[in-house]
Ligand binder design. Structure first.
Ligand SMILES: *Cc1c(COP(=O)(O)O)cnc(C)c1O
Length: 359
């Protein structure tokens, strides 16, 4: 029996995808070798990769004036590459500090150039977001940076600021493909694939082509987006296993209603849990209701002892990953695309039962 997997990342994969991977790991579609044994130049890898990129574009509706490719180094490497490329001398980058991940991105950017923090959620302990209408880029802004879904704090932007001529850059590691996105509003969208798209290894990059004209042209090879764009991410060896699995996950998304289907799933699943939280004095969500994440539901119990008990008893029921991140404590259920609806029903039932016994 498979566990009910609520881990925040790496995280649950569609069972159908795991089955294809295990079936084809030794012999990819009768080619007589594994995808992970093949050269990344030409041949079966590149044919698969091209299909993966085409599917990625199709499902998200990415306009032609954007490059799409995968890199290594995780989302974290982008915290450095973005300011290295775009935060030129005389410019300032506008950052929103809304939780762990955007705070880390801000810290890295501050080491590389001039940063304006236009919102800092510190006072509210990162439980709320700014009103998008109020956001105006600095006069000489290089870009506006946000994290679309703070995986640890469980807080998600529901609308995005209109930054006019200033590029908007978003980390969508943990909510990509969970809802439709108007990509044309962004200069760049990126994220690690290990939350909603596949096994750890690859980082997806979606970048408007004209962003390259704004970049620092004097960087070392790997740091320079132009080299990656020119070669669809194949400047050096890409994370081939991760990309192969992402392609299979994209096919799974397509056959399950595409991004629209994932959006509906996310509503259905997250409302099961939020309705338990909202109808009880036992469970409590610290996050501003307007911005509660559908991917990562953070919640608390009356005391830490009960939270510990909740985690250990849920484990006995085959539910993994419900402990909150060590930096914020409490509990967290990650309900990524691939998590089956029935597993969320099981969590809901467990929560009701736990309250009955301990409330
Ligand atoms: C997990 C995560 C990261 C870090 O990703 P790595 O691939 O481990 O570098 C960054 N941003 C967000 C929103 C995340 O969820």
């Amino acid at each position: 029996m498979r566990k009910k997997n609520f881990f925040a990342g790496p995280s649950v994969m569609p069972e159908e995808v795991l089955e294809i991977l295990s079936k084809e790991i030794k012999d990819y579609q009768g080619e007589g070798l594994s995808m992970i044994e093949a050269s990344h130049r030409g041949g079966m890898f590149e044919a698969m990769y091209d299909e993966c990129l085409a599917l990625f574009r199709e499902l998200l509706g990415i306009p032609d004036n954007y490059d799409v490719y995968f890199l290594g180094g995780g989302a974290t490497l982008q915290f450095t590459m973005i300011p290295m490329n775009f935060l030129l001398p005389g410019k300032v980058a506008d950052y929103a500090k809304t939780g762990t991940w955007s705070n880390k991105a801000t810290n890295d950017a501050e080491k590389l150039g001039s940063v304006n923090v236009f919102f800092d959620g510190k006072e509210s302990n990162y439980t709320t977001l700014p009103d998008v209408e109020s956001i105006k880029p600095s006069e000489n802004s290089a870009y506006v940076y946000i994290c679309a879904n703070e995986t640890i704090g469980g807080i998600e932007w529901k609308a995005f600021p209109d930054t006019k001529d200033v590029p908007l850059i978003a980390d969508m590691s943990s909510d990509i493909f969970s809802r439709p996105v108007d990509v044309s509003k962004f200069g760049m969208i990126y994220g690690g694939v290990q939350k909603n798209l596949g096994p750890a290894g690859a980082t997806f990059i979606i970048m408007r082509k004209d962003m390259l004209e704004r970049r620092n042209g004097n960087l070392t090879a790997y740091m320079d987006y132009a080299l990656h764009a020119k070669d669809k991410g194949l400047y050096n060896t890409p994370p081939v296993f991760s990309i192969w699995a992402v392609k299979l996950v994209l096919e799974w998304i397509k056959s399950n209603g595409g991004v629209q289907g994932m959006d509906e799933r996310a509503d259905k699943k997250s409302s099961l849990i939020y309705s338990v939280i909202d109808s009880s004095d036992f469970y409590r969500s610290p996050v501003d209701k307007r911005y509660r994440s559908r991917m990562n539901i953070v919640f608390r119990l009356p005391n830490e002892e009960l939270e510990k008990k909740f985690v250990s008893e849920s484990q006995k029921e085959g539910m993994l990953g419900l402990k909150g991140h060590r930096s914020v404590g409490g509990l967290r259920a990650s309900l990524y695309n691939a998590l089956p609806y029935e597993d969320v029903v099981a969590l809901r039932d467990f929560m009701l039962e736990f309250e009955k016994k301990n409330g």
